[in-house]
Design a protein around this ligand. Structure first.
Ligand SMILES: Cc1cc2nc3c(=O)[nH]c(=O)nc-3n(C[C@H](O)[C@H](O)[C@H](O)COP(=O)(O)OP(=O)(O)OC[C@H]3O[C@@H](n4cnc5c(N)ncnc54)[C@H](O)[C@@H]3O)c2cc1C
Length: 471
């Protein structure tokens, strides 16, 4: 074929990119494009941190592509309008892209397919973001997996494909193609760019992977639970935006494991499991898109959640009176980031102490998280609430004080994010109310609920639904 368009979406990289590799093999000329849709700045799930990360990653992609002789075309508008228009301008025969799994993205791809088809242009979609997708791994009965352990066993039983080759420099002369500017100050898209993690782009992703595989991987199995330690990879924004390919991560992991001592190998295996959780939740979303509208276990849609907005707002602002919860939420609000252990703690607190619907928390996370991802976020929230596939049973309720004492034993994380408590000794930092004199002097809020009182209420709320089912 003479000319093809590569449509960049969540694959903002020139290495290990399946559709891009295919496009350059099959077309004489490939024109890369990114479409800035209005949806990036409207809608309830839009997040400033994520948008900032996306725009910075795009800027870095544009530079990488330019070095290789492929100027990135930016177009603003609806994909189903802009892609056929660009193809007509270029006389392109096909659009190549990597597959997306979210229901809204699939609906958009259907519209794009119809529009391109109507214009006589091909639409080629490739698996890239995951190793095994949708219905590639099924139970013996031929159904999608809804339990993680057998899924991960099936996942590991097959050989992992190697990374795709890096895009090579183009020798073709590049004609000028009209391109919209990239709104890097953010104001244009209605979002400030201040709340973001410092790193973005393909090089930063590779650096993060390299740094993680050098040392932290070997202690990941234990260090990953302590928010004050730098024990996890922080690859999630990169895996979400596609600034690194999953095959690249797995190849690096395999090499690190081969060089690890026998005592270090279990840590490598725990990390692999986390990467498999990512694919597990993506296949849950693909096979059961209803999880975006309600509980995976539909019986729990009847739960009578609290609609106390004051409690919800205190949770959002990090003003619940529970230090580990508040530190985590303040960190999220300020940076767009939250450690996995803390995500579980605050999600359990919202659903099982404040008795507020997990969907409120799910949406708030999507608005704030730099790595906000529909599948992983929904999976994490339903797991914490006890309504999901592999969910923690409803009677498993984290105690925010013991979680704090166990996973932030010196209170380092709390001290960093809750300055009102910074001077407290270790034995009080997770329960400042234990010293009433100190508590009275501090500007830190009193507890909005008492965990001991909320626990039985939560159990009763879940039991009421279970009882109704038995009748
Ligand atoms: C309530 C809740 C909401 C969450 N929302 C998101 C979200 O929006 N986006 C997101 O990427 N992750 C989400 N997670 C999963 C997890 O918290 C993050 O992936 C992890 O904290 C990212 O940090 P890391 O890259 O250092 O992870 P690492 O521990 O280094 O793990 C490596 C990679 O594995 C994947 N991963 C790890 N744990 C999980 C998990 N439990 N589920 C799915 N994938 C996982 C991520 O891609 C991660 O980058 C959520 C978890 C909970 C409990």
């Amino acid at each position: 074929m003479k000319t093809a368009v590569h449509w960049f979406r969540r694959d903002l990289r020139v290495s290990d990119n399946t559709a891009l590799s295919e496009a350059v093999q099959r077309a004489e000329r490939v024109v890369p494009v990114f479409i800035l849709e209005d949806a990036f700045r409207t809608g309830p799930d839009v997040g400033a941190a994520r948008l900032a990360f996306l725009l910075r990653s795009l800027d870095s992609l544009r530079k990488n592509l330019a070095e290789l002789g492929y100027p990135l075309v930016i177009r603003r508008g609806r994909s189903e309008v802009e892609l056929p228009r660009l193809c007509a301008e270029l006389g392109a025969q096909a659009v190549f892209c990597n597959k997306r799994y979210e229901p809204y993205a699939q609906a958009r791809d259907n519209r794009v397919f119809n529009a391109l088809n109507g214009a006589g242009v091909g639409f080629e979609v490739f698996k890239d973001a995951v190793i095994w997708e949708e219905r590639e791994l099924l139970t013996k009965a031929g159904n999608p997996f809804t339990v993680f352990t057998p899924y991960s066993r099936a996942w590991k039983a097959r050989a992992i494909p190697p990374p795709k080759p890096k895009l090579r420099a183009s020798s073709k002369r590049v004609p000028k193609i009209a391109s919209d500017p990239l709104p890097l100050d953010g104001a244009d898209l209605g979002h400030p760019l201040s709340q973001t993690m410092p790193f973005a782009g393909e090089r930063a992703a590779r650096d993060a992977l390299r740094a993680f595989l050098k040392q932290p991987i070997f202690t990941y199995g234990t260090a990953r639970d302590f928010p004050a330690q730098n024990g996890t990879s922080r690859l999630s924004p990169h895996l979400r935006c596609g600034t690194i390919g999953i095959r690249t991560v797995l190849t690096g992991l395999r090499k690190a494991r081969a060089e690890a001592s026998p005592a270090q190998r279990p840590s490598c295996d725990v990390f692999l499991n986390e990467l498999i959780w990512r694919e597990f939740y993506l296949q849950v979303l693909s096979n059961f898109p209803r999880v975006m509208r309600g509980c995976f276990r539909p019986e729990y849609d009847a739960l009578k959640w609290s609609d106390n907005r004051e409690h919800f707002e205190a949770w959002c602002a990090g003003m619940t009176g529970y230090p580990i919860v508040d530190a985590a939420m303040r960190c999220l609000n300020a940076t767009g980031w939250m450690h996995n252990r803390l995500r579980m703690i605050v999600a359990m607190f919202l659903t099982k102490d404040l008795l507020i619907n997990w969907q409120w928390g799910e949406r708030y996370f999507m608005q704030k998280l730099v790595d906000g991802d529909m599948a992983a976020n929904n999976g994490g929230w339903q797991w914490s609430a006890g309504t999901g596939t592999d969910a923690a049973p409803y009677f498993r309720i984290f105690n925010p004080v013991s979680q704090g004492l166990k996973f932030d034993p010196q209170g380092e994380f709390v001290r960093e994010w809750v300055p009102e408590l910074a001077a407290l000794p270790e034995d009080l930092i997770h329960q400042p109310w234990e010293d009433p004199l100190l508590a009275a002097k501090s500007r830190y809020p009193a507890r909005i609920v008492l965990h001991e009182e909320q626990r039985p209420k939560c159990l009763a709320m879940f039991k009421a639904v279970s009882r109704r089912l038995q009748v």
